[in-house]
Design a protein around this ligand. Structure first.
Ligand code: HEC
Length: 143
């Protein structure tokens, strides 16, 4: 390949690299951690605290095991913890879409010795978002 041809090729590829991600605003709702599968999200986001084998860790903080975790049986529990956060567990509802949160919860609930097959849906994540509660009738404070 001649240097000149390589330059032309580079120029042709550049706009593709600079084009905004094809992921739409809808998919990115709540943030920009754009990992595509529950497994990828677990590896990039969750295992830093919960460890690659999901067995948790005790060190600077206490990170509970998600492996063989009976508390994952009721899907509503991880839905709330991951979406809204709980104590030292960050609220990922700010950073991930409904689909991404559902995917990573379904991944964890069906791996690491967990066999819960009732998948959670993106709609359940949306319901768990704090702004959904805010939509409830408001009390008037200043009268
Ligand atoms: C910054 C560290 C950190 C990261 C990153 C993190 N967690 Fe957690 N997680 C925690 C801590 C700490 C707790 C314990 C919270 C408490 O004390 O109630 C927890 C608790 C949980 C629980 C409840 C477990 C139980 O048995 O009560 C679930 C489910 C969970 N995390 C899932 C996830 C998922 C899924 C991700 C990735 C999207 C993730 N966590 C990322 C720190 C983290």
């Amino acid at each position: 390949m001649t240097p000149r041809f390589r330059t032309l090729l580079g120029l042709a590829v550049l706009p593709l690299l600079m084009a905004p991600s094809s992921a739409g605003a809808q998919e990115m709702r709540g943030g920009n951690l754009g990992f595509k599968s529950g497994e990828a999200t677990f590896q990039r986001v969750c295992q830093g605290c919960h460890m690659p084998d999901a067995k948790g860790a005790v060190g600077a903080g206490a990170y509970p095991a998600l492996a063989g975790d009976k508390r994952l049986e009721t899907a509503g529990y991880p839905v709330l913890v991951v979406t809204r956060g709980q104590k030292d567990m960050p609220a990922f509802g700010h950073y991930m879409s409904d689909q991404q949160i559902a995917d990573v919860i379904n991944y964890v609930r069906s791996h690491f010795g967990n066999h819960y097959t009732d998948a959670v849906t993106p709609a359940e994540i949306e319901q768990a978002r704090p702004d959904q509660t805010a939509a409830a009738p408001k009390t008037v404070e200043h009268q």
